[in-house]
Design a protein around this ligand. Sequence first.
Ligand code: GAL
Length: 386
Amino acid sequence: MQNRSMKMLGVSAALVLGLTACAGGGAGSEGGDDTGGGDAAPEDMTVGVSMPTQTYERWLNDGAAVEDGLEELGYNADLQYADDDIPTQQQQIDQMITQDMDALIIASIDGSALTSQLDAADAAGIPVISYDRLLTNSENVDFYVTFDNFAVGQEQANALLYGLGILDEDFEPAEDAPEETLNVELFAGSLDDNNARFFWDGAMDVLEPYIEDETIAVPSGQTTIDQAATQRWEQETAQERMENLLTSTYRGEEELHGVLSPADPLSRGIINALRSDGLGDTIEDGLPIVTGQDAEIATVSLIAEGVQHSTIFKDTRLLAEQAVNAADTFLNGEEPEANDTESYDNGSAVIPSYLLPVEMILQENYEEILVDSEYYTEEQVESGQQ
Ligand code: GAL
């Protein structure tokens, strides 16, 4: 794991340096009117930041980091959270446009629900940066900053196979892999979030061959993203579905060995269901292998205690930095540099994107990746609180 994570950190550093080197060297706006700013000083400009919800730890970290980053460059920031309610987010963005924000950074609830806001922003010459989740069905999205979402899914699946003993610590087929077919259940995110499909496709890209050769099985038969989806990424919904799966499928001979979960709160709901069902308190005493995403502090604590097996770390400090750089570049009359101009077709246009790398977190590397990098302190990991 050490080599692997060192390599990933190297990639991450190179990407950030690459962007810094390129910032300011862009080709200029094609349309010509979404590059804002002109001669105004940052102190005279405000960037609207629209985030989906405060109930998820990661969006609190994202909002705070974007706000700090903008203020460090001298801009004003108007940060708003939408309580996972689509009309609230629409209203907040409408208001930001009426108030003449100079740029918008948006992490959507439903990526397709903001087209009229995006039209209005375009008409007002306000550059729009899609944050983490892709804004869809509109040409009026100027830039997208996110992580390599397909890789998130692949790493979740690799972590699951590693936890099940099918892959070894180098992620090669394990010599002492179990001979019997292992049972897993699959969870996906919210279908109105474009990321959910990338995570699912990445995970299935890795898992499908193992399902086909019967190394693993999905006894519930629920193997499509529609069957596995979790509306609005809600913990309770995932917990309930896990309880139902245990009742419908695991009351006879079948034993459950692992669960593909796309995000940490869902994982915690799933673990609650597994624990209440008496499947064990920790992996050591029989709890199935559960994956995750976001490296939320409550989850990192569970990983340290041997309860949740893995999560995927997405350094929101770097994402916030990319969003702030992109806004600043537009407001200086230039175009931010993309490192991916192919993957993110939003249904109306391929949106120039900047993708950041991700890292798998396990009990054996959380200290090196999360504590040594000062993302969390050891005390926070111990208490499970930020
Ligand atoms: C996704 C995001 C994940 C996770 C999830 C639930 O869009 O990429 O990191 O946070 O939403 O909030």
